[in-house]
Design a protein around this ligand. Structure first.
Ligand SMILES: *[C@@H]1O[C@H](CO)[C@@H](O)[C@H](O)[C@H]1NC(C)=O
Ligand SMILES: *[C@@H]1O[C@H](CO)[C@@H](O)[C@H](O)[C@H]1NC(C)=O
Ligand SMILES: *[C@@H]1O[C@H](CO)[C@@H](O)[C@H](O)[C@H]1NC(C)=O
Ligand SMILES: *[C@@H]1O[C@H](CO)[C@@H](O)[C@H](O)[C@H]1NC(C)=O
Ligand SMILES: *[C@@H]1O[C@H](CO)[C@@H](O)[C@H](O)[C@H]1NC(C)=O
Ligand SMILES: *[C@@H]1O[C@H](CO)[C@@H](O)[C@H](O)[C@H]1NC(C)=O
Length: 580
């Protein structure tokens, strides 16, 4: 590589923070020195599994490792920067988990090898690049073309790919049907998220059917390399595992350890247990779960979205005015500028963080994950969507206007010994006669709704949830002894701008969010509340859409917003103004 290229590379791939770098080094060193490669064959693809030591899994190697890692850090490093650790095959794309931070998305290609002849390559530009956790990036690639393998590797545009340049890359592809996909440290346990457990929806399940596996690879013999523990709680897609003692005593060093699950009945031909494949790695959760020095925020919000950038500013600015102080936005691969909107809002001190959540149809699990994340920072967390807006009819009627209404309402229950969830019902608004998106925002534009409230949303105390973190879209199982409170409709309500103008609504057809809610495209469960009545299964504008879902005109929130938030001189609302 000539020095020019090297320079460029240095600029585009900034080395990440030092601790991260060192730990990455450690893994690299393990690879280059202590590798015990095993060649297994499984199905069509040759699978190479690499075993190596980790300080927590093999105490004796610890001192050697630290020495080597020092030497190694003096050597060149760029070569390893695009190491593909794992691949997950989704129906419409291939997700690569890469063990480094990547800053220049447009300069990368996905490279696919031809079936049975790996000297034939084909390449396509990546679909997107995203930050993932403290030490990994996400890269989305197109599905492999016919006759090419899904074991794609990455290369910087212009670089050559040698057949052996990907030796430090895993050669497996995981299917999304059955996969452990996330793991997070939580006190003396790890909370593990998995697809394909087939546990009963909406129920707490028996955890003893699982064992938890802590190791570096996905398969392999024990020999001190793998530690097994008990599962202590399970529900839906989430299993809580006890931690091995070495990790419990030393959580800072847990980074990079892969957490898997083993089903007690899932045995191979020789009676050996078959671990579920896993891409879930631990890292010290404290690095992102910053404990607040000045005490917890009273009220935070968790949401999951996909391509809802236009709605985000109004939603966050309005609710921040109502007193929401901190936001956790789980972004499922938006490509509409959502990331930019979040950065701008955070720059303006709205305290918004974005978390890449690439896992399709896992809203409940995502909420459990967010609850864990918010617990160290927040007394109360609201779980509601970007098209849902809290409103206070009684305060409004009495002229008790003013900011922080929502926060002061939940704060009224912060010292309660029984209430751990505050439920609010939703009014579903229709297109309200409009045929293009309202320029002043949804709260001002949509003013006609259905008569009866539907569903409810919750604000919960994250420290008082059941240990399973079980939730059924927007409502959690609480600890024993705690209950929810239904807020009266006349005092607090959520305006749910559920249908909106056709162009906005139709994107919902393709937004398959919740795991246990039937796809709208699937022609079943016609009576479900999650479907638009009479809509059928196609994204074709039904006649008279503008006038549907309109039983009562309700300008309450519109008037509330205009009276409180419009600029007295210009009439402009905060979300209408350019941010920077
Ligand atoms: C692989 O493809 C190359 C280039 O098309 C060809 O020269 C070579 O013979 C092929 N090898 C095999 C084993 O088919
Ligand atoms: C690939 O392997 C061959 C021999 O097996 C070696 O000569 C060559 O330098 C290697 N290329 C790279 C990029 O490591
Ligand atoms: C963001 O957090 C800081 C303290 O961490 C707080 O002072 C500020 O009010 C928060 N922003 C909003 C919009 O609540
Ligand atoms: C909180 O409680 C106080 C005292 O009971 C009450 O006056 C106030 O209206 C409550 N706040 C809200 C937002 O309901
Ligand atoms: C969590 O829920 C399960 C099932 O209802 C129950 O057995 C368990 O005691 C609950 N845990 C707590 C802390 O309330
Ligand atoms: C995530 O995005 C994909 C498209 O990239 C979509 O098919 C899927 O339903 C989305 N999942 C969630 C949870 O929003």
């Amino acid at each position: 590589m000539d020095s020019d290229k090297r320079q460029k590379r240095k600029r585009s791939y900034r080395p990440s923070s030092r601790p991260h770098f060192l730990s990455l080094r450690l893994l690299m060193v393990c690879l280059s020195f202590l590798v015990l490669p095993l060649f297994l064959s499984s199905g069509r693809f040759p699978i190479r599994t690499v075993y190596f030591h980790h300080p927590l899994l093999s105490v004796s190697s610890f001192s050697i490792l630290s020495k080597i890692s020092l030497q190694d850090s003096l050597r060149g490093k760029s070569r390893f920067h695009l190491r593909v650790e794992d691949r997950v095959l989704f129906p419409d794309h291939l997700l690569l988990l890469v063990s480094s931070k990547i800053y220049q998305a447009d300069k990368l290609d996905c490279v696919y090898y031809k079936v049975l002849n790996d000297s034939v390559l084909i390449h396509h530009g990546v679909l997107s690049v995203d930050e993932y956790d403290a030490f990994r990036s996400l890269v989305r690639c197109p599905l492999p073309p016919p006759n090419y393998l899904a074991t794609a590797v990455l290369r910087r545009r212009g670089d050559n790919v040698h057949r052996n340049s990907s030796l430090s890359t895993s050669r497996t592809v995981h299917s999304w049907d059955r996969l452990v996909y996330e793991a997070t440290l939580d006190g003396e346990t790890a909370v593990v998220f998995a697809k394909g457990l087939n546990l009963r929806p909406h129920r707490v399940s028996n955890p003893t059917q699982f064992r938890c596996r802590f190791g570096l690879g996905n398969r392999g013999k024990d020999g001190g390399l793998v530690l097994m523990t008990e599962a202590v709680a399970a529900a839906q897609e989430v299993v809580r595992c006890s931690l091995p003692r070495s990790i419990r005593n030393n959580p800072n060093k847990a980074r990079g350890i892969r957490v898997g699950l083993v089903h007690a009945n899932d045995r191979g031909a020789r009676g050996e247990l078959n671990p579920m494949p896993s891409v879930a790695k631990l890292y010290n959760s404290m690095s992102y779960m910053k404990k607040r020095k000045r005490g917890k925020y009273e009220l935070c919000a968790c949401t999951m979205l996909w391509n809802q950038a236009p709605a985000l500013r109004e939603w966050i600015m309005y609710h921040a005015w109502l007193g929401v102080e901190r936001w956790f936005v789980y972004d499922n691969n938006s490509d509409d500028g959502t990331e930019q909107v979040i950065k701008e809002l955070d720059f303006l001190d709205y305290n918004v963080s974005r978390h890449a959540w690439p896992w399709i149809k896992t809203q409940e699990a995502g909420f459990s994950h967010c609850a864990l994340r918010a617990r160290n920072e927040c007394k109360w967390v609201g779980f509601f969507d970007v098209d849902e807006f809290y409103y206070f009819p009684r305060h409004h009627r009495r002229g008790l206007l003013g900011p922080n209404l929502l926060r002061s309402l939940v704060a009224n229950y912060s010292s309660s010994r029984t209430i751990a969830e505050i439920r609010t019902v939703c009014h579903s608004f229709g297109p309200s006669g409009l045929s293009s998106p309202p320029s002043q925002g949804v709260t001002v534009g949509y003013t006609c709704r259905l008569q009866s409230p539907e569903r409810h949303k919750s604000i919960v105390r994250p420290d008082l949830l059941n240990e399973t973190l079980l939730n059924v879209v927007h409502h959690f199982q609480l600890r024993k002894g705690f209950r929810y409170l239904n807020v009266r409709e006349s005092s607090m309500i959520i305006n749910h701008y559920k249908y909106q103008v056709w162009d906005t609504f139709r994107t919902k057809f393709f937004r398959r969010v919740a795991t246990y809610v039937v796809d709208w495209q699937e022609n079943q469960n016609q009576g479900s509340k999650d479907r638009a009545p009479g809509l059928g299964t196609e994204a074709v504008e039904p006649p008279n859409w503008r006038l549907r879902f309109c039983e009562v005109w309700d300008t309450g929130l519109r008037d509330f917003v205009l009276a409180n938030l419009a600029d007295p001189a210009t009439g402009a609302l905060p979300w209408e103004k350019p941010v920077l």
